[in-house]
Design a binder for this molecule. Sequence first.
Ligand code: KIV
Ligand code: ZN
Length: 524
Amino acid sequence: MTSTDADRLIIFDTTLRDGEQSPGISLDQGEKLEIAEQLARLGVDVIEAGFPIASQGDFEAVQAIAKGVSGPIICGLSRTAAGDVDRCWEAIEPAARRRIHVFIATSETHMTHKLRMTPDQVKAEAAAGVARARGYTEDVEFSPEDASRSDFDFMCEVLQIAVDNGATTLNIPDTVGFGIPEEYAKRLHDVRSKVKGDYVISTHCHNDLGLAVANSLAAVHSGARQVECAINGLGERAGNAALEEVVMAVRTRSDYYGGIDCGIRSEELARTSRLVSRLTGYPVQYNKAVVGRNAFAHESGIHQHGVLNERTTYEIMDPASVGQGESKIVLGKHSGRHAFADTLKKMGYDLHGDALNQVFARFKELADRKVELSDADLEALVAEEMGDTVRYRFQLVSVDCQGGSNTTPTATVVLDHDGEQLTATAEGDGMVDAACKAIKQATGITGTLTDYTVTSVTGGVDALADVALRFEVDGLGMPGRGLSTDVVEASARAFLNAMNRIVRIRDSGEDPRSVDRPGSLSQR
Ligand code: KIV
Ligand code: ZN
């Protein structure tokens, strides 16, 4: 590809080279191959597979990718020294299409403190390295490292030398993330005017100021036709430009970028991101653009209502187009009745009127305490609220407990009994026992708790506790169920639920065991 492919953006993926330089990442050969195969499926144009001179492991991994992965150009990184270039070529030679990426720093600080070379030595090195690489392949990329802090005229002299010695791509690395979009874009634009020849101009931006994607896009707007980027924005320090963000920005705002496009199969983006995250051990932040798990999740009632009516009210990309399936309606404390009813409907519960209001009220109460409610939570909630037709005589207003290794467990409950408040405090063997005793005192109903199980509805420390128990009074046993983020409260709810059933039977005089025993419940 040359500078004449004006509408084509080359996606150069450096996940396996700069990305692998992220602190703490070390991929073995099998893992690198797996990622490279997925990158090929994703449709990247170039895979920078590694830095072959860096280690035997790096060399072998690059070579394995060159042998095993077809489709993209396989590129290896190399300093200017002859030995580096030779080793790089040896590693990439088996590939059908290969590129050598030669680099040397051109900033004052790098030349003085790192290379310990004069500007003339750097020029000579650039010429020699590029010429040697060109002896092996027609596809040679050159990077003046720390370009954005380099003296512009000197950098252009070096770039011209690179072109004159055969470089076909000139990459302008913002090595330390120092660039600002307008300034970086101008630098690339000015390179194009100053350095003569036929070459593709490329960006390589680091994210030290959080500007890697913005700088890369500004460069594209000013004429760059290759973007070096990495999946999930991996790379040295704060990382490189995130491939998924660059691609989706150019696609979504193709009006702004003049219709330029790339060969990425965007439906593979989420899968690629997950694979890279799993193999590198670097988590993807929840709110990460494009591939984060919340990138298409809506929590506030207004947004949910909008998206349920018409997805584009609050989404500029189709989640399916980046492999994220459907928009997600996350039920939490900001959600409205509309989204709540819709979610229940999709789960098979078609609630309306009072039934919906009753479950929605409990949902809001729970959502205040639990950040996100899953389908399993909702199922348990509906089962608790709609599982019977009990008219609640006793309702839990509050339960407060004290306890610990050296304190006697004590609970105070406040109940509502047909508009009247009942309060009682009791001690127990544990806080659940204390709460049940306090409820017995407040209601005046004695009896025995026969079965008690508590299960966690989902994982995590804020999981809902689902308590199922059986309460027996004078031989009449009734089940009760309660749900809360707090085990004691879930137990108190379950206890009251069972008690309300018993009260209903007592009030109706319909003892299911015997019609002879109405009103036989003992009351204190
Ligand atoms: O950031 C950088 O300058 C690099 C070069 C090797 C291109 O990664
Ligand atoms: Zn870099």
